[in-house]
Design a binder for this molecule. Sequence first.
Ligand SMILES: Nc1ncnc2c1ncn2[C@@H]1O[C@H](COP(=O)(O)OP(=O)(O)OP(=O)(O)O)[C@@H](O)[C@H]1O
Ligand SMILES: [Mg+2]
Length: 239
Amino acid sequence: MKVEVNDIRVQFGGVMPLDGVTVTFPGGTCGLIGPNGAGKTTFFNVLSGYVTPVNGSVRCDGVELLTMPDYKRARWGVRRTFQTEQAIEGLSVFDNVLTVYEHTAKGSRAEKKKAVDEALEFCGLLGVRDQLVRTLPAKERRFIEMARAVVGSPKVVLLDEPAAGLPDEETNELSVIIRSIPERSDATVILVDHDMALVQACCEWSAVLDFGRLLASGPTGDVLRDPKVLSAYLGEDEL
Ligand SMILES: Nc1ncnc2c1ncn2[C@@H]1O[C@H](COP(=O)(O)OP(=O)(O)OP(=O)(O)O)[C@@H](O)[C@H]1O
Ligand SMILES: [Mg+2]
């Protein structure tokens, strides 16, 4: 499903973190990259309803997202992970996912519980289903975020640096999950990460933000070779 973004502008006082971003994400797993402060998280905040832009539209499947309140957007199928971990320490893995899903989905409690177990299985978490989050290592905590983002049938899944701080082997496991999301629920995934190997492994198509503007978009390999993109990253060690 395409995510058509038109002329998004966000203003915080004198700062314009998004300054007229127009881009169409073609579907599947798409990358959204750019240097620190480029506006990537702000872009997710706009799509998920945490930030109201001064201008712009986001259309998916014939629906305008920006006029929907955030809870309706979540119910319609916009899901996200956060750059900082959000798991609740004193709850089990299962309850962490159920707590989020309960408020976003319709249906009986039994149906919701079944969907949570499916999401845990998809993310390889069934083995720690009933453990308290506080007893778990970093990898499982991170994968809980993924399970919360994919539980049920999301339509747009926004992943904000899901691999930050994970070692290579666990990042590889995560990339298998990320690549499988679109076919699992026919969702469009937008992946923000500074790990270019992960973005290349997961995303055929990517867009690049820099200073709140679209710098480039297209096949990921082409975008990463684009001189404009290389120079935007100059001085950073991610490329
Ligand atoms: N609530 C806010 N008030 C004022 N300025 C903000 C606010 N949130 C973000 N900004 C500014 O907007 C710009 C974009 O920030 P954003 O967090 O979207 O960048 P990012 O691309 O996600 O960066 P990173 O890769 O470091 O996570 C930055 O200059 C940031 O300081
Ligand atoms: Mg960010």
